[in-house]
Design a protein around this ligand. Structure first.
Ligand SMILES: [Zn+2]
Ligand SMILES: [Zn+2]
Ligand SMILES: [Zn+2]
Length: 487
């Protein structure tokens, strides 16, 4: 249950609707809270509040009022206040993007992310449709190795084991550098090092911390590669074409981020203009591969760590997105959007900030993650690396970047999509403001979370029901799309 300093919740405000003491004893004790909730005369209003915030798991409540006042006379044209509502406050969505924190708000965020990515590939949401004809490339950039780790077997190869090596080599600590197991998907060993003493923990957290800066360096290299391909002087390339992209960061089991991205080439002035004809999708894919394999980022030298040089790993993938054949825009968008509600859970990290070293032991689920978190604290304390924010991003294993980033012109923004939706805002704005009226709003934070456990359960039930209906609707739509819905 979320902590809250919640409101005083009267079990009922209307005696006639409340079961009397005799009736109540007939109801099993665990159901009494629920019975009382449904007997409240204002229950329909409570259920409406739950639906208004999409059954958010941890809503923020505001109390206050909004007045619409006539400028000329000072007369109140209309007013709206939280005073008449069941708890004297109105709920707003928590807007947490993490699925582990709020299923409802994370789904909304993933939906917005999908719209953002797709609009950049095929138009819509204010992006001209012609972008779908521009060169489009889907790419995956990974981190290098910081030591051998246990890995997931290839499902298509039944005899594939974790790490088979001829001659059964051992590391300097005497630990075998082989593993004959086929780890099950939920095996916590996946992603953990074969030898903890050999593993380069400082290198690992510094890579996560510098990954966004390394990406920026890669984009510079990409422009230079394109300049060379087009035989254009480097300083002129950004006046010849523009590289627009959306990038999503995903955690691998070993606790390193890697990036999935959709790239698009536009003309220099406007995204509705095509880039020069020589700049094809194949050429772009090739240039991304070259830029990613040559980009380097030097970090400050320290006695403890030396002079780290960050670069991407060998596993690179860059291929054109083709709208009618090949990797279609819908799939690319779905692929990118599915990572944005995740944090470090695939790497067994924590889903909220760690403010003190003493929290690490309890929050990390594996020795590997524990070691990464301690390393964030230790390396983050070295003066040259303080600016990387390793302390602050301990729970993210060093990576402080956004789950989704994009160039300004790639597509629309989360803010624009939210404004367009403006689901809850209507409640705060009675009437329409015009030249003759002025709005006077006074709202303040009241508390966070549902007022009690029964209402929280009811909200969860309504959320599950909505999710079930969505799935049924999706299945029906899929069935219709496959031509089986007409039976
Ligand atoms: Zn929420
Ligand atoms: Zn293994
Ligand atoms: Zn070793």
């Amino acid at each position: 249950m979320p902590q809250n300093t919640g409101p005083n919740v009267a079990t009922s405000t209307n005696a006639s609707a409340t079961p009397n003491a005799d009736q109540l004893t007939l109801i099993p004790i665990e159901d009494r809270g629920w019975f009382e909730l449904l007997s409240r005369p204002d229950y329909p209003a409570i259920e409406q509040q739950i639906r208004d915030v999409g059954a958010c798991e941890n809503p923020v409540w505001l109390s206050g009022r909004t007045l619409l006042v006539a400028v000329a006379t000072g007369e109140i044209v209309s007013s709206w206040s939280s005073a008449g509502t069941p708890f004297g406050a109105i709920p707003l969505r928590c807007m947490n993007r993490r699925a582990t924190r709020c299923a409802s708000c994370s789904r909304l965020y993933a939906g917005d992310a999908f719209q953002l990515v797709r609009a950049g590939l095929s138009g819509g949401k204010g992006v001209p449709d012609v972008v779908s004809g521009h060169p489009l490339v889907f790419a995956t950039l990974t981190a290098p190795s910081f030591g051998p780790v246990h890995r997931r077997p290839n499902p298509d190869r039944p005899r594939d084991v974790c790490r088979a090596r001829r001659g059964k080599p051992r590391c300097p600590h005497g630990i075998p550098m082989t593993c004959q197991q086929r780890h099950a998907p939920e095996d916590l060993l996946i992603g953990q090092p074969l030898c903890v003493a050999c593993y380069d923990y400082p290198g690992h957290v510094l890579w996560n911390a510098g990954a966004s800066a390394l990406w920026a360096r890669m984009v510079d290299f990409l422009y230079w590669r394109l300049a060379r391909a087009g035989e254009i002087p480097r300083p002129h390339i950004r006046r010849t074409l523009r590289v627009e992209y959306v990038r999503v960061a995903e955690y691998q089991a070993r606790g390193l981020v890697h990036f999935h991205a959709a790239f698009r080439l536009d003309g220099p002035e406007d995204r509705s203009l095509e880039p020069p004809a020589w700049a094809t999708a194949e050429l772009l894919a090739d240039a991304i591969g070259q830029a990613a394999s040559t980009a380097r980022l030097r970090l400050a030298e320290t006695v403890e760590i030396g002079a780290p040089v960050l670069h991407f790993g060998q596993q690179l993938d860059a291929r054109p997105i083709v709208l009618d054949t090949g990797l279609p825009a819908e799939r690319a968008a779905g692929y990118l959007a599915k990572y944005v509600t995740k944090g470090t859970e695939d790497a067994h990290g924590a889903d909220r900030p760690i403010t003190h070293r003493s929290q690490i032991a309890a929050l990390a689920r594996t020795d590997h993650v524990r070691a990464l978190m301690y390393t964030c604290r230790t390396v983050g304390a070295l003066a040259p690396y303080e600016a990387l924010g390793l302390h602050r991003w301990t729970h993210m294993l060093g990576f402080g970047g956004q789950p989704l980033t994009k160039t300004r012109r790639y597509s629309s923004t989360f803010t624009a999509l939210r404004q367009a939706r403006a689901d809850f805002r209507g409640a705060l704005r009675p009437g329409i403001e015009d030249e003759e009226t002025v709005r006077d709003s006074q709202w303040r934070y009241a508390w966070q979370g549902w007022p009690n456990a029964t209402i929280a359960e009811q909200a969860a039930g309504i959320g599950e029901e909505a999710e079930y209906n969505r799935e049924v609707a999706q299945d029906s739509a899929d069935g219709l799309a496959r031509g089986r819905g007409a039976e």
